[in-house]
Ligand binder design. Structure first.
Ligand SMILES: [Zn+2]
Length: 107
């Protein structure tokens, strides 16, 4: 048992997100608009939101790769100090803070 996420890469397949070994799915994206927001509703190809639902699955499946890229980018930013004297308005410092917050939220 671990409190870390299933290692990637995750693979999207329609509305499903699969683990690398394809023995279990990580998640299935639900229908976006239903009359009952409490229960999961399996999307169908006839849903008016089907393309958005599949796009959501692709985004979720990319999460491990995005996290790894963000961690590497943050590490690269940390390796070269910013030359700004006041980080307010500094795009690089702002991006670094956002990266730190996003990594923290993912772990
Ligand atoms: Zn800066």
């Amino acid at each position: 048992m671990t409190d870390k996420h299933t290692p990637g890469p995750w693979k999207p397949e329609g509305t499903l997100i699969w683990a690398p070994d394809a023995k279990a799915n990580i998640a299935q994206v639900s229908e976006l608009r239903t009359d009952d927001y409490v229960s999961f509703t399996t999307p169908s190809g006839s849903s008016p939101d089907f393309h958005e639902i599949v796009a959501n699955a692709r985004l979720i499946a990319a999460a491990p790769a995005l996290l790894e890229a963000l961690e590497e980018t943050k590490s690269a930013l940390n390796g070269v100090p910013c030359s700004c004297n006041d980080d307010r308005g500094c795009q690089r410092c702002h991006a670094g803070r956002k990266a730190t917050d996003a990594i923290k939220a993912a772990k």
